[in-house]
Design a protein around this ligand. Structure first.
Ligand code: RB5
Length: 145
């Protein structure tokens, strides 16, 4: 099983806690990068912490959550080598891995029901990157602009 880190701002805190409990019940322990309460905090700080953890190899994959998923995905994608994808439906959850080799799954704590998010994580985890023609495109993402 891959090492998975999870992080959220206050807008994603409740969903983060539910996901940690759900996977703990299945014997999977996420690396919890915070936040640790529903007090207001800044999503770029969590996105930076997560991106560093994935880029250093402390985690193989990440899950990031803010209110909508938008701010925290923008912040994570500023890091070269990070491919953070908002998994807004089941098909996207599969494609984000198959074609984009996303290394961070992103969700909206105020926009997505828990059961939908858990199902999309399961779909993502059982899918494998297809490689081939997609690698050329991923390489272009990390070129200096
Ligand atoms: C915080 O109130 C909210 O702006 C944040 O969680 C996120 O939705 C930003 O994109």
């Amino acid at each position: 099983m891959e090492k998975i880190a999870i992080g959220s701002d206050h807008g994603g805190f409740e969903l983060k806690e539910k996901l940690i409990n759900r996977y703990k019940n299945q014997g999977v322990n996420f690396i919890d990068l915070g936040t640790h309460s529903s007090d207001s905090c800044d999503y770029p700080d969590i996105a930076d912490k997560m991106s560093e953890s994935v880029l250093k190899g402390e985690a193989d994959l990440g899950i990031l959550i803010c209110g909508t998923g938008i701010g925290i995905s923008i912040a994570a994608n500023r890091h070269k080598g990070i491919r953070a994808a908002i998994l807004y439906d089941d098909f996207t959850a599969e494609m984000a891995r198959l074609h984009n080799n996303a290394n961070i799954m992103v969700f909206g704590g105020r926009t997505m029901p828990f059961e939908d998010v858990a199902r999309r994580i399961d779909i993502f985890l059982k899918t494998r990157y297809e490689g081939g023609r997609h690698q050329r495109r991923l390489d272009k993402l990390d070129e200096d602009k």
